[in-house]
Design a protein around this ligand. Structure first.
Ligand code: NI
Length: 186
C-alpha cells in the first residue's frame, strides 16, 4: 500500500464532476490497490473520509470510516468503499455540525447537512449497497459525495463567519461545543 498525495483547493479536479466507474473494473488489481491506498492515505491524514477526486482521480469513488486502521477489530464506523453512489436524503431538518476537509487543510466550519441519507452504491466487490446512514456517518457521506460533484464544504456553509483555523477552533470553540461528535474531516 502507499500513501497518495492529496490535492488542495485550487486544483481544477476538485471542481470537476467525477465519472462513473465501469462495474467490470471494480475487481481489477488496479482498483483494488487504489481502494487500499485511499484507506491508507485517509488514515495517515487522520481523516474520516476521502474521495477519489482528492487524489486527483475524477472517479465516483469514496472511502470512509472511523477506525484505527483497516484491521481495527472495533471500529466506531466500519471502513466502507462506496462506488457510483446515489444519495437520497430522508425528510428532516438540516443539522449544523463542524467539518474540515483534507483538501482545505487546517480549517473548520459549520455546515448544515441532512440527518439521514439513503445510500445506493456498489462496494469494493461490486456488490450492491443499499443502506440508511444517520448523524455523523450521514454527514461524512454527504461531504464525500459532494467531492464527486466538485463541491466542497465551504460551498455548503450558510454563514462564513463560523470559518476558522483548526488551532483557533481548539482554543476558542471546542470547549463551548456541547456536541459529542468529533469534527468530520474528509
Ligand atoms: Ni473534503
Amino acid at each position: 500500500m502507499s500513501i497518495l498525495p492529496i490535492i488542495r483547493l485550487g486544483h481544477p479536479t476538485l471542481r470537476s464532476t467525477a465519472d462513473a466507474v465501469d462495474p467490470e473494473r471494480i475487481e481489477t488489481p488496479e482498483l483494488q490497490t487504489l481502494f487500499d491506498d485511499m484507506f491508507e492515505t485517509m488514515f495517515d491524514a487522520a481523516g474520516v473520509g476521502l474521495a477519489a477526486p482528492q487524489i486527483g482521480l475524477p472517479l465516483q469513488i469514496f472511502v470512509y470510516g472511523l477506525a484505527k486502521g483497516l484491521d481495527d477489530p472495533e471500529p466506531s464506523i466500519p471502513p466502507h468503499v462506496v462506488i457510483n453512489p446515489i444519495l437520497t436524503p430522508a425528510h428532516g431538518d438540516l443539522v449544523s455540525g463542524w467539518e474540515g476537509c483534507l483538501s482545505i487543510p487546517d480549517m473548520r466550519g459549520l455546515v448544515p447537512r441532512y440527518p439521514q441519507v439513503r445510500v445506493q452504491a456498489l462496494d469494493r466487490d461490486g456488490k450492491r449497497l443499499d443502506f440508511v446512514a444517520e448523524g455523523y456517518e450521514a454527514r461524512i457521506i454527504q461531504h464525500e459525495f459532494d467531492h464527486l460533484n466538485g463541491v466542497v464544504f465551504l460551498d455548503r456553509m450558510r454563514d462564513l463567519r463560523s470559518l476558522c483555523f483548526e488551532e483557533e477552533w481548539e482554543e476558542f470553540v471546542a470547549e463551548t461545543e456541547t456536541s459529542d461528535e468529533v469534527t468530520a474531516v474528509g
